[in-house]
Design a protein around this ligand. Structure first.
Ligand SMILES: NC(=O)c1ccc[n+]([C@@H]2O[C@H](COP(=O)([O-])OP(=O)(O)OC[C@H]3O[C@@H](n4cnc5c(N)ncnc54)[C@H](O)[C@@H]3O)[C@@H](O)[C@H]2O)c1
Ligand SMILES: [Fe+2]
Length: 395
């Protein structure tokens, strides 16, 4: 490549990092984190499953002991929709709150971040979809401050600048974006994930792997993102199997929590077709996000082979795989999936050939598709879905 072209490519807009309190037991600092942001009346936004666990009344108690007034809103669903956000905005306003504690997995964190955005806006949520310069419409001053507390180790939404919300009118997952949606304070307490069931631990852990891996392979220039992605993948390799087999292992839980945070930090570099294929399945068929990414992972790697062979070999070497090559990396992914009980095909999670037409139209325009190492059109997406449904990994 000509020197001039090289220099023109060495360009990027980078936004790191978030203030993170990391460590077992650090949920005890929740009230302090709120006070640092001037919050005296936080609303905890979580999902109904988490609200039923001890950690929510315990968090409320920590806030109350710290002199804060605190209420809980949990009327949200997995793969959240606009109504979850508008209901949260109503609860925020009727309780006269002055800040948000986003508490949970990706679904709860995304709703909470969107509520914190929407409490100060007059436009509709979809006016802030991540398209061109729509973020300039945001009234930034009116956004509520956010303390984020992740309870699954997967999406890394606690360090992300967007929320993924399903638009029920056209069944698409839309990305709502503003740089200030990045929570100002994060508490990563691995103890909170100890009760996460083994299957969900596996699914969200594979989401973390897919973030790190797609960020690593995405062609955009972001060396910081790439370095973080490498370490994130190594942590998944070394600790996901233990986190799944023994959820009480706090070392494995800690390392997966940071691997997840690293994945979302890294994917400012870009995502790719694992997410482009997964988002439509989640929006139309309500499949679990990380599980869907995990199923499609080897098929997407194989489809991208021609463009990523060298980088895959470097990655295999970094991960200390025997005979480092694209094939050893692919085999590791297949073995890891099996070890953590991920099914092999999309058919196993309810996606059928009858869905291919609709899903591939959506996948081809998913906002993540631009980060895939090879360009993919609707026909390419259709043949990828077919391979994922039938389990045909061409090798
Ligand atoms: N904003 C982003 O950057 C981003 C990135 C990737 C995915 N997402 C979105 O995140 C959502 C998926 O999030 P997720 O995979 O974290 O799943 P999730 O938030 O839907 O949670 C899965 C389940 O785990 C339960 N749960 C959560 N924490 C628990 C705990 N500690 N103990 C016991 N149960 C617990 C929840 O109640 C829920 O039933 C999707 O909507 C996806 O599109 C967002
Ligand atoms: Fe994801």
């Amino acid at each position: 490549m000509e020197l001039e072209n090289v220099i023109t490519n060495l360009v990027g807009n980078w936004n790191y990092p978030t203030a993170i309190r990391f460590g077992t037991g650090r949920i005890s600092e929740l009230a302090d984190a709120c006070k640092e942001l001037g919050i005296s009346r936080p609303i905890i936004i979580t999902d109904p499953g988490i609200a039923a666990l001890d950690m929510i009344p315990e968090a409320v108690e920590i806030c109350q002991k710290g002199g804060l007034f605190c209420a809980v809103f949990s009327d949200i669903q997995a793969n959240p929709v606009e109504k979850n956000v508008s209901d949260g905005v109503k609860a925020y306003k009727s309780g006269d709150h002055d800040g948000v504690i986003a508490f949970g997995g990706g679904s709860a964190l995304d709703v909470a971040k969107a509520v914190a955005l929407m409490v100060g806006q007059t436009r509709s949520l979809w006016d802030f979809e991540d398209k061109e310069d729509s973020y300039t419409r945001v009234n930034v001053e009116a956004m509520a401050p956010v303390v984020a507390v992740p309870t699954t180790s997967g999406t890394g939404s606690e360090v992300g600048r967007s929320s993924v919300i399903t638009d029920e009118t056209d069944h698409t997952k839309k990305i709502i974006f503003h740089a200030n949606m990045l929570p100002e304070k994060v508490i990563c307490d691995p103890q909170l994930t100890v009760g996460l069931p083994a299957n969900i631990t596996a699914w969200v852990g594979m989401d973390a792997l897919s973030h790190n891996m797609e960020a690593y392979f995405s062609p955009f220039y972001h060396p910081m993102g790439e370095g973080i992605a490498l370490k994130g993948m190594q942590l998944v390799k070394d600790f996901l199997p233990t986190a799944v087999s023994d959820g009480t292992d706090l070392i494995a839980r800690s390392q997966m929590m940071i691997a997840s945070t690293m994945g979302a930090t890294a994917f400012q570099k870009g995502l790719g077709a694992m997410h482009s294929l997964s988002h439509p399945c989640g929006a139309v068929l309500n499949t679990q996000h990380g599980l869907t990414n995990a199923v499609v992972m080897p098929y997407v790697l194989e489809r991208n082979r021609s463009a990523i062979e060298d980088k895959a070999t470097d990655l295999a070497r970094y991960l200390d795989l025997a005979n480092p090559s694209f094939d050893s990396l692919l085999q590791w992914v297949i073995d890891l999936r099996e070890q953590v009980a991920i099914p092999n095909t999309l058919a196993d999670i309810g996606v059928t050939e009858a869905n291919i037409g609709e899903l591939s139209e959506m996948a081809a325009v998913d906002p993540t598709v631009g980060g895939n190492p090879v360009a993919l059109n609707v026909d390419d997406m259709a043949s990828l879905y077919e391979a994922c449904i039938n389990g045909t990994l061409q090798r």
